[in-house]
Each structure stands twice: as C-alpha cells, then as structure tokens.
Ligand binder design. Structure first.
Ligand code: FAD
Length: 386
C-alpha cells in the first residue's frame, strides 16, 4: 500500500479501536431497522472525533480537513457508514470560514461538547436539481427577521440534527448580474423551526440514509442567523461543497479498501474446482484493478485535502478526487459482490449493504456527469454546455 495509507496512524488506530466496538452486526441491524446509529454517533462525539475541525479555543481539536477525512475513511473501512455523521465535518468549514466571531462563540463550544449537532445542509430543491443557482426558496428580510418560503429535497440527518445550514435566494435571479449572486446562507435552529413554519417529510430510500423533503411556509428566523454577507452565500457554500466532496472521496476510499479486504480474504478461502477461486486470473485481475484505482484515487484525495487546508483553490482536485474515489469504490464493490457469488446477496455478509451504500456516490452529493462537465469546462476550456 502507498505511503499515504499509513499516514496519520495514531488517528487511524484510535478510530479503528472505537469502531471495533460497533461490529458488522451493529450496522446490519441498524440497516434492517432503517434506524439511526445513535450509539455510534454518540461514541464518536464523546471521543471528540466529530469536533475534529473545531479550533481548540472553542473546545475542539483544531485539526484539518485531511485528518477529518482520515476519520471518515476509517469509519467506512471498518464496515460502518459515515453518512450518518459526515455533515458535521463539512458544515463546520462553512461556519468556521464565514461565520462571525459571535456565531462561533455561540455555537462551536456546544457542538464540540455534543450538546448541539450541526449535521444538515439544505441546498437541493425538487424543481431545480443540480442547477443550484435557479433555487426558488426565498429569504426575505422583515425587520430583525428573515422569512423563508420554499421547498428542499433530499436533506439529510434533519431528524438527528439541531442546526442546519440553508441556502436561499435573498435577491431574485432576475435582479442579479451574475446568476451565482443574490443567494445567502443561514443557520436554522431546527428545534425552533420544525412545526413553526418548517415541515419535515422523511424519504424512504435504497440506502439507510436519513433524508427528507422540507417545506418552508413563512418560517421566521432571526436576522443574526445570516452567515457572512447577504448575497454571497453561493461563494461560501462552495467551500462547504469542496470539503464535502473531499470527505466523500475519503469515505469511498474506506469503502474501496473494505471491499478489497473482504473479497481478497473470501477468494483465498473459497474452494471451487478443487482450488481457491482466487487462483484464477479471471478473478484476480478485477480485484487487482480495483485496488490500483483505489490507491490512485487516494493520492488525489490527499492533494484535495492539502489544498483545502492550505486555503488554496481546490475545486478541481476535490471534484476529481470524488469522481476517482466513487468510481474506484464502485468497481471494488462490483468485484466483491461478483466473487462472493450467491453469498454476496446474503445480508449476513454485509457486502450487499456496503454495495448499496457506495452506489449512492455516483449520484450524490454531485453526479459523476456534473464533475466531468466541470473538468471539461473549467480545466480544459471547452464550451459551456449549460
Ligand atoms: C441519499 C441522498 C442524500 C442527499 N443528501 C443531501 C443533503 O443533505 N443536502 C442536499 O442539499 N442535497 C442532498 N442530496 C441531493 C443530491 O446532492 C442530489 O441528488 C444530486 O446533486 C443530484 O441532483 P438531482 O437528484 O436533482 O439530479 P438531477 O440534477 O435531476 O440530475 C439527474 C441526473 O441527470 C444527469 N444530468 C443532469 N444534468 C446534466 C447535465 N447538464 N449534463 C449531463 N448529465 C446531467 C446526472 O447524471 C444526474 O445524476 C442527497 C441525495 C441523496 C440521494
């Protein structure tokens, strides 16, 4: 394995140790019940891992996105699913980089102690999809409040979070010169909002991912919950999205190694035609190729995280890392399922669960096509297609 796999060994050992208390059966049962891994998320919080990015003066450990990505990778590599809690990592960047000192003092120590969870980010809308600048949810200033109206879809962990970062239009699209202007981000206190202008409708889905449709009907929030300057929200949210893509890349890499570990062990043991199936090159090569691709994606993930931590532009690297890692984990998932034969479909092997979980990352948080479009336009200078 490459050098990077061995970096941050102390973090890896500690997270693995915690994850070992939550074995396959734990996540399998949670998946079957379509439950939330409350005990696991609590244990991560108590151990301080979900406060990794919070500076020490606010009670966190002041680590970077690189270390945060190692934590997420190890959770997935141990057989768990960071999807239950990764929101707190990528939302943190938005609050840290663009929140006021007062907001940081008000929220960060409570998030660090586990008293509050910042797990949700509301961007996607049903009639807009990936075309984010066309969002229709509006926030209108009335005195010392903003009034929110509109709808969001696929907003995760709302039922297990206290706070949500929300993207809404504060200036109509028709009144701005650039379509990326006129949007703002807000911190919504879900404890106060739900039932008082915010309705939450859970969406049952293929993976056990707590995600919801949100309806805003004259929801009032205090004006001081605006993060940064009004109208600059799209620029701010991009930081959060780059962090999210880098973290998801790390999770896919964790998945990729999990699939490769499992299938490698299985094909060494499984005897058919009087020899281990792993002796056949037809079996070896797809596994070896997936391993090569996971290793390569890992390098881009560390480069994206390094650039994010150094405050360098990292959009290209975050996107490329996410695409490479999602493709590599999906390739590893297919090899793992295939060479488990019928047993790959049995829930007790956990392969089918991880297979479903890693498939999500071809679509969310950004689809593979949209990343290719970004690379074609922004890196290769090809004509805009939309
Ligand atoms: C389980 C889950 C959890 C999620 N959690 C959150 C969350 O917490 N917060 C949040 O804001 N969102 C969340 N999302 C939403 C997610 O980010 C979107 O589903 C994703 O960005 C794709 O948007 P869409 O579903 O509207 O697809 P669409 O934009 O409708 O696109 C559908 C497909 O069409 C293709 N496509 C679209 N436009 C183009 C184009 N111009 N060129 C080529 N291909 C194109 C792509 O392949 C894409 O997959 C979640 C989604 C899921 C499934």
């Amino acid at each position: 394995m490459t050098e990077t796999t061995h970096q941050y060994q102390d973090i890896r050992d500690a997270v693995r140790d915690l994850c070992s208390q939550f074995p396959d059966e734990y996540f399998r049962k949670i998946d079957e019940a379509r439950g939330y891994p409350e005990a696991f998320v609590d244990a991560l919080t108590q151990a301080g891992w979900l406060a990794a990015l919070i500076p020490q003066q606010y009670g966190g450990s002041g680590l970077g996105l690189t270390e945060a990505s190692v934590i997420m990778e190890e959770i997935n590599r141990s057989g768990g699913n960071s999807g239950a809690c990764h929101g707190q990592m990528y939302n943190m960047g938005t609050l840290l980089r663009h929140g006021s000192e007062e907001q940081k003092r008000q929220y960060l120590p409570k998030i660090a102690s586990g008293e509050l969870r910042l797990q949700s980010m509301g961007v996607t809308e049903p009639t807009t999809g990936t075309d984010t600048t066309k969002i229709k949810t509006t926030a209108v200033r009335r005195g010392d409040r903003y009034v929110i109206n509109g709808q969001k879809v696929w907003i995760s962990r709302v039922q297990h979070s206290d706070l949500m970062i929300l993207l809404a239009r504060t200036t109509p699209l028709s009144d701005v010169t650039k379509k990326s202007e006129g949007m703002s981000i807000f911190l919504v206190d879900l404890r106060e909002a739900i039932g008082k202008g915010l309705t939450v409708q859970p969406i049952l889905n293929m993976v056990n991912h707590e995600t919801n449709e949100l309806f805003f009907d004259n929801l009032e929030i205090p004006a001081e919950n605006l993060i940064g300057e009004e109208g600059k929200g799209f620029k701010y949210i991009l930081d959060g999205l780059n962090a999210e893509r880098t973290l998801i890349a790390a999770e896919c890499i964790g998945d990729g190694y999990w699939f490769i570990d499992r299938v490698t062990k299985y094909v060494k043991d499984r005897q058919v035609f009087g020899r281990p199936i792993g002796q056949n090159q037809g079996v070896q090569f797809p596994i070896a190729r997936a391993f090569v691709n996971v290793e390569a994606a890992n390098l881009m993930r560390f480069e994206a995280a390094r650039r994010f931590d150094a405050h360098e532009t990292c959009g290209a690297q975050a996107n490329m890392a996410k695409l490479l890692a999602a493709d590599a984990s999906w390739e590893a998932a297919n090899a793992c399922l295939q060479f488990h034969g019928g047993f790959g479909f049995a829930c007790e092997y956990d392969v089918e669960r991880k297979f479903r979980e890693t498939r999500l990352y071809q679509v969310a948080p950004i689809s593979t096509n949209l990343i290719l479009s970004y690379v074609a336009e922004h890196m290769l200078g090809l004509p805009r297609s939309f």
